[in-house]
Write a protein that binds this ligand. Sequence first.
Ligand SMILES: Nc1ncnc2c1ncn2[C@@H]1O[C@H](COP(=O)(O)OP(=O)(O)OP(=O)(O)O)[C@@H](O)[C@H]1O
Ligand SMILES: [Mg+2]
Length: 380
Amino acid sequence: MAIISSKKQPNDRDKAAAPADKVSVMAQAVSQAVSHGKPEKTTILQAEPEPEERSKQEEKIRPQCLTEYIGQKDLKDVLDIAIRAAKSRQEPLDHLLLYGPPGLGKTTMSLILAQEMGVKCKIASAPALERPRDIMGLLISLQPGDVLFIDEIHRLAKVAEELLYPAMEDFRVDIPLGKGKSAKMQSMSLPPFTLVGATTRVGALTSPLRDRFGLIQRLRFYEIDELTEIVLRTAALLKMNITQSGGEEIARRARGTPRIANRLLKRVRDFAEVKAFREIDRDIAAEALQLFNVDPCGLDWTDRRLLSFMIERHNGGPVGLETLAASTGEDAQTIEEVYEPYLMQIGYLSRTPRGRVATAAAWKHLGYTPPDTHQMTLLP
Ligand SMILES: Nc1ncnc2c1ncn2[C@@H]1O[C@H](COP(=O)(O)OP(=O)(O)OP(=O)(O)O)[C@@H](O)[C@H]1O
Ligand SMILES: [Mg+2]
């Protein structure tokens, strides 16, 4: 059976069959990664989409309906009920706020909701709705029942947010006629619609906006078995040959995030293609991801640097966020929003009122002996 889109049918593990240019690109990447004894920073594990991940091929692997959407059982149960109830009443869904770290499936879920309701989904990003007429134009163009998806909704400008209030509550938009104090408001009614807001920072939403959502749902990091299912599903769509354990190996390193899982799978595919392996198994997946400096727990160089700094210089912590940022050269917000959520999720880091603490599991993972486990658990 042909695997990975390679046109050749090479012999099993026939390394000589690898095209020279691809090998040299890969070798260059590796040598860069290990130069000066210090691996370069990698973006492979960042959950934000890369430009090519907005392409048509990405749309092909995006789940299209609720049954294809893997994991997030609680969220799916809630939405399944909401969809059935709304359909039976022939009403649009209640406004929905989805929050959680990047790459967990917020945009995907909103497209699925529209699909399940049999309506269109209009997608906008809050920073692009700068002027009142941007949001007004969008609202006026809605058809009955449509889903309006606003990404990064915590970044909505104040004027745009205020225009949304009556639209969400009464399906009405107030258009100012004239300027200054003499301006009059003309109300225009809108068809009933569903606003789906997505945010990675729910705490940054104003409470009047948050309160106008009937459903507020959090997306969680995915479990290994769920991510394995996602990897195997994507591999099937991309016509790749991969074993269950190969899928699991990729899943384990994907930081609980489907977008990263799919990205790692593609890098493993490149590796297998270049090395002319016919099937991706656990060893091949591990070897490929090691090359990209992704360790067996999905930590990259920055994660390890943050933890090593806490362990080596502060005996595990507590260390203040600003100290951590200044000493490692990372931006405090990036540490807080990109690195910490996953490190906390896998139990390698905890936040205390006095600062960040590297847990005993983190010490062990990095090859250090934790001081006294009993003493560590007593830390505030
Ligand atoms: N539950 C899932 N099952 C299968 N694949 C998924 C699932 N959730 C997400 N994906 C895949 O992961 C990719 C990223 O998902 P999506 O774009 O919906 O994330 P997001 O939460 O909107 O991210 P961001 O916060 O960056 O906007 C999608 O292209 C999709 O293929
Ligand atoms: Mg999105």
